[in-house]
Design a binder for this molecule. Structure first.
Ligand code: PLP
Length: 385
């Protein structure tokens, strides 16, 4: 049975071009980039090239790119590193719909005496900018708000937030893990101070991330050891990961608009057909201001997990929340923050597409969905018979 993979916000396929690029760096070119000999040195050259490509994708300088172990590490470093560099400021501002890589850090810091403000969202998942504006003050060390939400795809007004933070001398970090490669970002024309990305959401391998640190931003390192990454993140480099991310960045830049428009068309076809053919279904999130690949749909009276199981029988992979929270029976914190009714939040499915999806896969899924939903509704104790 073929696999139809609509779970690209959880992780993506490594691009074949990326795999070919990194293959030699396991068994042949395995030198340490810090070594004095040429065998290691040639690897150092490739890391430099990868850094340049990532910088080009982000529109920043290569020495503003720090390679980390994952998006989570980048988020943790941004928050902890800023607080440590600005010890007399004790307030952190974030949103209620962040990924746990940010929210868990903030909540732990709250238990250690920091003041944490979680800004709310409206029923379409849009950030309450007025509330944010009122909260950013001279006690605030950092504002950390995501670029785009992983569950709904809703895009936040990060440039406006960055401007506000700059005016008030507050560091602004954005978790752009879901945005990079899907919407254009140019950090040279931005006031964003810190930005996180993750390789495995971008067709690079797992275990590689980036923290962009704008020149002049004070940040304390907390992985200490060797002098790698200019002393800002110690540890021998994940050479295949870094080179793979460089190649993935190059591929993302190639035909950027064309690829994302194609994905958006497929996403729209899938979404519109499902909403039309399945009664009591609704879109979660702002239909307009959204990542081109993400669709989050609620089906009243049935469980998202049950839908996933039946989709799985056809080889279709989707998600009923973010990959990290789907182990829990609680409805997603993002949908709850949006005020999605309990009965709908429980029956929500996220489809997230990539450049590798085809129209044929979309058509196959469209054909299967009404049958799946009808079958589950027949079994549901909540539906009047
Ligand atoms: N931030 C967001 C918005 C995410 O969607 C994810 C992964 O799902 C992460 C952070 C964590 O990234 P990583 O898996 O690289 O640690």
């Amino acid at each position: 049975m073929r696999t139809i993979y609509f779970d690209n916000n959880a992780t993506t396929q490594v691009a074949p071009e990326v795999f070919e690029e990194i293959r030699p760096y396991f068994c042949e070119l395995y030198g340490n980039p810090s070594s004095m000999h040429n065998f290691g040195g040639q690897v150092g050259v490739k890391i430099r090239e990868a850094r340049e490509k990532v910088a080009e994708l982000l529109g920043c300088e290569p020495d503003e790119v720090i390679f980390t172990g994952c998006g989570t590490e980048s988020d943790n470093t941004a928050i902890m590193g800023t607080l440590s560099a600005r010890p007399n400021r004790r307030k952190i501002i974030t949103s209620r719909v962040e990924h746990p890589a940010v929210l868990s850090v903030c909540r732990q810091l709250e238990s250690h005496g920091y003041e944490v403000i979680e800004i709310g969202v409206d029923s379409k998942g849009r950030l309450d900018f007025d509330e944010l504006e009122q909260q950013v003050d001279d006690e605030t060390a950092i504002v950390t708000i995501m670029y785009a939400n992983n569950e709904t795809g809703v895009i936040f007004p990060v440039e406006r937030i960055a401007e506000l933070c700059r005016e008030r001398d507050v560091v602004f970090h954005t978790d752009a893990v879901q945005a990079i490669g899907k919407i254009p970002i140019n950090l040279s024309e931005s006031n964003i101070d810190l930005l996180s990305l993750s390789g495995h959401k971008l067709h690079a391998p797992k275990g590689i991330g980036v923290l962009f640190v704008r020149k002049g931003t004070r940040l304390t390192s907390f992985i200490l050891g060797g002098h790698q990454e200019g002393g800002r993140r110690a540890g021998t480099e994940n050479v295949p990961g870094i080179i793979g991310l460089g190649k993935a960045a190059e591929l993302a830049m190639k035909n950027f608009d064309e690829e994302n428009n194609r994905v958006k068309k497929l996403r729209d076809k899938l979404e519109n057909s499902i909403l039309k053919s399945c009664p009591d279904s609704r879109l979660n999130g702002d239909a307009e201001n959204r990542l081109p690949n993400t669709s989050n749909i609620s089906f009243e009276y049935i469980e998202g997990e049950a839908i996933l199981l039946l989709l799985d029988k056809y080889g279709i992979c989707a998600s009923s929340g973010s990959a990290c929270t789907s182990g829990s029976l609680e409805p997603s914190h993002v949908l709850r923050a949006m005020g999605v009714p309990f009965t709908a939040a429980h029956g929500s499915i996220r489809f997230s597409l990539s450049r590798y999806n085809t129209e044929d896969e979309v058509d196959f899924t469209i054909a299967k969905m009404p049958g799946i939903i009808n079958r589950l509704r027949e079994l549901s104790p909540f539906v009047a018979k």
